[in-house]
Structures are given as C-alpha cells and as structure tokens.
Design a protein around this ligand. Structure first.
Ligand code: KG4
Ligand code: ZN
Length: 361
C-alpha cells in the first residue's frame, strides 16, 4: 500500500493566481487541504480581456503570498511535501514561467520532486479528485482558452476527439459581449441578457452541424452576430437580449451536435464512457448544462460537472494531477520547459520516465 502523497499545486497559466495543497490517500481518494485562488479580473477589466503582460506581472506580485496562504491553511511545511507541481502550459507564457520557476525554486531548495503538469490534464483528472471517477470517460472542456472533447483513458493517456478550429467557446462569449457593450468577462453577462431575449429573432448559423468529425467553429457565428449588431446600431436593450439569446441558442445546438459525434467516436474506440465530464468556465452556463444533460442521456451515460470552484482554473487540480503522476513515477527534471502550446495527447501512452524526454519538445 502506498503512503499518502502530499502535493503543492501552482496555477498561473492565465488570469488566476492559485495555489493549493492536496493529499492523495493510499486508497486513491483525494482531500483538498487548501485551495487559494486570486482572480485578476479587476486588473484586466478596463481592457475588456486578459492582457498577458499585466497577468505575468500580477502573478509575480501575488504568487508568493498565495503559496504562503495555501501552506498555512493546509497546516503543512515545505518539508512535508511529497512533490511540488506547477502548470507548465499551455497558456500565456509569461505567467507559465512565473509559476514553473517558483515551483522549481521550491523543489530545489527543499529537495522535493518537481511535477510539470499540463493544465488541460489537470482539468481532465479533476473528477477523479471530486468523485473518484474511474477511467475511461469523456471530457468536454470549454473555457476562455480551450474548447476540446477528450477521451480520458488513463493518467497520461488522452485522445483528443475534437477541438475548435478557430475561437474558444468562452472567447466567443467574451467577444460577443464586448461587441454588444457588455463588461468582461462576457459569458455570464451574455447568459443573463439571453434570459430575456428571443432566440428565434435572428437566424444565426449553427456551425459544423452534421459534420462527421467532432470539431467546433465559433468565429463565423461571432461574425454573424457582429453583422446584425452593426445593422441595428444603435442597439436597444431588447436588441442586445435577442442577439445574446440567438447566439447562445446557436452555441447550444452546435455543442449538442458536436458532443453527440464526440461521444459516438468515443464509444467506437473505447466503449461506453463512465461519464461525460464538463469543465471550464463555460460549464457554469445553465443553458449549456441543460444541453449537456440531454446529450449525456442520449449517449446512455451520466453527466458530471465538478463544483464551480474546481471547474474553473485553480491550484487543487494542478496538485491533484501532480499527485496522480507522482504515484506513477512521472517526475520531471529541472529543465522541464514552460510551454505556450502543449497538446494534451502528445502525452498519449507515455511510459513513466518519459518526463526526461519531454523537455526536448
Ligand atoms: O475556465 P475559466 O474560468 O478560465 C479560463 O479561460 O481558463 O473560463 C473563463 C471563460 C470566460 O471566457 C467566460 O466568459 C466563460 O468562461 N464563462 C461563461 C460563463 N461563465 C464563464 N461562458 C458562458 N456562460 C457563462 N455563464
Ligand atoms: Zn483552464
């Protein structure tokens, strides 16, 4: 029987500065001892989106204090840690460098193993922390930076079944909000405005509907909204609501169709998924949750959506992914690189020890 694994996780790939301490018990279950997240929304609000340079500087200013709080809240010292894990990408490179370098410094000073975690892998493994979900399952990840359907087959074994060919879904929500004069982050604003809108007033396109692959496309839909908005300018509040409702309805229909295909592809290759798991900020959208429920039911599987604080970016998911890798001996070396781009399935079927070669990418 393995001893409990205590991991500090650090997340700095976008606009959340986060650190957490998670313990993986010998029976494979996880306990979150602390999970401290400081969102930089206020810093980026005046610019209507995340400014990479501002994010990197904010991570530098905030990270030490956040790690300190996470360690204190967990009641542990650096000497107690089994490993220190940091998100090494994909993400905004300045922020990734801040988090990974901090983790390397801690690892070096305290002679603790380093785990360089793929941020997408951390989202993918979260339901194993929250509800001990067994492999294989299907992940739908929709955030400001990513829109992917992934078969999660094992730790380090991921197959990307679908992805966006242009904008990420959260990004499309944010851009639509911006063009309609709604504040950042736009997703919740669009959802709210859509509640009092008529989804049928505009005939927006349903991107990729009926295609045999499971990819997404959102930029054409976004442009269609922009064209209608410019035609109607100046916009009345009801126009904004109707545009939001029409946009959201198109996203829902397209998502349901794409996920239907994704789950079919999953079934053909890996059998029945144990669950459809949704993660990322867009999974907070109630209309989208409803659509996912229907998709899961049709595919005869269960929908699992981790609690909001673990669906959006956080340190606990990095710590947990670190713990899962740690127990399999997947430890990284000090030359593990920060990576702006890092496909999840580059890791596919990588044996333990692969960590040393990964630095060469
Ligand atoms: O996962 P997340 O917190 O951060 C990353 O992007 O990594 O996701 C944030 C994204 C933003 O684009 C935001 O507009 C979107 O998720 N979002 C939503 C909703 N809440 C957040 N999109 C649609 N409906 C929502 N209710
Ligand atoms: Zn994320």
């Amino acid at each position: 029987m393995l001893a409990p694994t205590l991991v500090l996780g650090i997340e700095t790939t976008c606009d959340e500065t986060a650190a957490a301490v998670v313990e993986r018990q010998s029976d494979g279950s996880g306990v979150i001892l602390s999970n401290v997240v400081r969102s930089q929304t206020a810093e980026h609000l005046p610019f209507g989106g995340v400014v990479p340079e501002i994010a990197a500087r904010a991570h530098v200013d905030l990270l030490d204090g956040i790690i300190d709080s996470a360690m204190k809240e967990a009641g542990v010292g650096f000497a107690d840690l089994s490993a220190v894990a940091a998100a090494a990408g994909p993400g905004l490179i300045g922020g990734v460098i801040v988090g990974l370098t901090t983790a390397k410094a801690i690892a070096m000073v305290h002679d603790t193993p380093l785990i360089a975690v793929n941020h997408l892998e951390a989202h993918a493994l979260t339901p194993r922390l929250t509800c001990a979900l067994a492999f294989p399952y299907c992940l739908f990840l929709a955030s400001g930076g990513h829109t992917q359907i992934v078969a999660v087959v094992g730790v380090g074994k991921y197959v990307r079944l679908g992805t966006t060919v242009d904008d990420a879904m959260g990004e499309a929500f944010d851009k639509v909000a911006k063009m309609l004069g709604l504040p950042y982050p736009g997703g919740p604003q669009v959802e709210r405005a859509a509640q009092s809108g008529d989804p049928a007033r505009f005939a927006f396109p349903r991107p990729m509907l009926g295609r045999p692959d499971a990819n997404f496309s959102l930029s054409g839909l976004k442009t269609a909204v922009r064209n209608e908005a410019s035609r109607l300018t100046p916009l009345e509040p009801q126009d904004i609501s109707d545009l939001c409702a029409g946009f959201q309805a198109a996203v829902l229909e397209s998502t349901a169709d794409r996920l239907g295909v994704g789950l079919r592809l999953f079934h053909e290759r890996f059998g029945l998924p144990r669950a459809l798991v949704a993660a990322g900020g867009v999974a907070a959208n109630r209309a989208i949750r409803g659509a996912l429920q229907d998709v899961a039911a049709k595919a005869e599987t269960t929908l699992i959506i981790p609690p909001p604080a673990l669906c959006t970016d956080n340190g606990a998911m990095i710590a947990w992914a670190g713990a899962e890798r740690m127990v399999l001996g997947m430890i990284d070396t000090m030359d593990a690189p920060p990576r702006a781009r890092w496909r999840l399935d580059e890791n596919a079927v990588a044996p333990p020890g692969f960590a040393n070669t990964r630095a060469g990418f």
